[in-house]
Design a protein around this ligand. Structure first.
Ligand SMILES: [Fe+2]
Length: 418
């Protein structure tokens, strides 16, 4: 066999291996119950890259009690306006300058009300209708907090074909800092994967990128943070301002528990362990008079068939089932907005939230009132980041289940206390 034939054979083996891997991973993420990667995602993204539709990706992203945020993209630069779809000719929102990527905040809405709106190009044409129901009036706000997660900080590297927009990592972090400072929650929780790779210099770069974030931030580690690397762990503990990775704190009569699901075994799947679960039971017992919210990197619901939840989710759920003060468990890792429940813990939602670096790049804002907790999801305010991430995501199925954005009720909801 000559050299050319050998090279061709080697290339064929590599291409075959890559195809097998892509197919296996996509199939695995399609097998997730209730939230598979959408069929036709590859074709939709590649089609929009070659020949974008006039208007596409019209998403009612954020719905609050009296406001909503809608985003969309257009093939050409254009100015749009939004009016009621029920015949009232009054324009309630108009764009100030032409753009390809658009975001409209609709304000002055009534709580718990159905709305139907019409988007159209300023001057006519390209009409699209959309509707939603605003969240109920949550009552007087006792306090606010925010979460963001799965930053996978990797300074302006090559983006991945699953939509991780490393190419604009700095801009994304400037934007999330700006957005969170403007929202001004009382504190923030980051649910892990600060960095994409665990070298200490990358954590220093992340630390620099979020240096101007004003609200105090509590961090838990993700599998990408690899706290088993001692140098990284020392820097991480210093950055997190704690000596203990799993811990809890109180805020205005509520109890917050931050858990460590990362371990030295299989990375994609988390683990809590007997020692931490015993600590959790003691901590919940000690604070049983306070309403409690739990935070983890890996989901703990045990509902998804593929292997990314914590191994000991049953032990975890049996532990928290004894404490009716536990209101919800919030996680990250899968880069999607998605809610599940478990028969072992009736009344406790398992809330997964999306990533900062991958469509739908964003964060969550919470309002805690006397009767419950409200969550809204916001995309980064520079919506071009989101649309570019989506255009870069033909192989989203390679790494993540679902489309990331999820259903409206997966990302915006009012949860009444148990
Ligand atoms: Fe993760």
């Amino acid at each position: 066999m000559n050299l050319g034939a050998l090279v061709a054979a080697a290339l064929a083996v590599v291409a075959g291996g890559a195809t097998w891997f892509v197919r296996r991973e996509c199939k695995r993420n399609h097998s997730v119950k209730g939230n598979p990667t959408p069929d036709g995602h590859f074709g939709k993204v590649m089609g929009a890259r070659r020949d974008p539709p006039d208007v596409y990706n019209l998403d009612v992203v954020t719905v609050d009690s009296t406001s909503a945020i809608v985003t969309w993209a257009s093939a050409e630069e254009a100015e749009f306006e939004i009016e009621s779809a029920s015949g009232d000719p009054a324009v309630i929102w108009a764009e100030g300058s032409p753009a390809r990527y658009h975001s409209a905040e609709l304000t002055g809405l009534r709580p718990g009300t159905d709305y139907a709106f019409r988007l159209s190009r300023n001057g006519g044409g390209l009409e699209r209708d959309f509707n939603f129901r605003t969240l109920p009036d949550a009552g007087r706000v006792r306090f606010t907090f925010a979460t963001f997660s799965d930053n996978h900080f990797k300074l302006d590297a090559m983006s991945w074909p699953d939509g991780r927009l490393f190419r604009r990592c700095s801009e994304a972090h400037e934007c999330v800092v700006r957005d969170l400072n403007a929202a001004a929650p009382e504190f923030i929780i980051n649910k892990g994967d600060l960095t994409d790779v665990y070298e200490p210099y990358r954590l220093r770069a992340y630390r620099e990128a979020v240096r101007d974030l004003k609200p105090p931030t509590h961090c838990i580690p993700g599998n990408h943070d690899h706290l088993r690397n001692e140098d990284f762990k020392a820097d991480w503990l210093d950055f997190a301002g704690t000596e203990q990775v799993y811990r809890s704190f109180d805020h205005k009569g509520f109890h917050f528990v931050l858990l460590d699901t990362c371990w030295t075994g299989e990375q994609e799947r988390g683990f809590l362990g007997k020692e931490q679960l015993a600590w959790l039971a003691d901590d919940l017992e000690e604070h049983s008079a306070k309403r409690t919210l739990l935070f983890t990197h890996h989901p703990t619901n045990g509902e998804i068939e593929e292997n990314r939840v914590v191994h000991d989710h049953e032990e975890f759920q049996n532990t928290i089932a004894q404490f009716p003060n536990v209101q919800a468990v919030f996680s990250a890792h899968i880069h999607r907005n998605y809610i599940t429940t478990s028969k072992l813990t009736p009344g406790v939602p398992y809330v997964e939230t999306a990533s900062v670096i991958q469509y739908p790049m964003g964060y969550n804002l919470y309002q805690v009132t006397a009767t419950g907790i409200k969550q809204v999801f916001r995309k980064l305010s520079d919506v071009s980041l989101n649309e570019e991430s989506w255009l870069a995501s033909p192989l989203r199925c390679l790494t993540n289940a679902g489309d990331g954005l999820g259903k409206l009720s997966d990302r915006n909801f009012f949860l009444k206390f148990r």
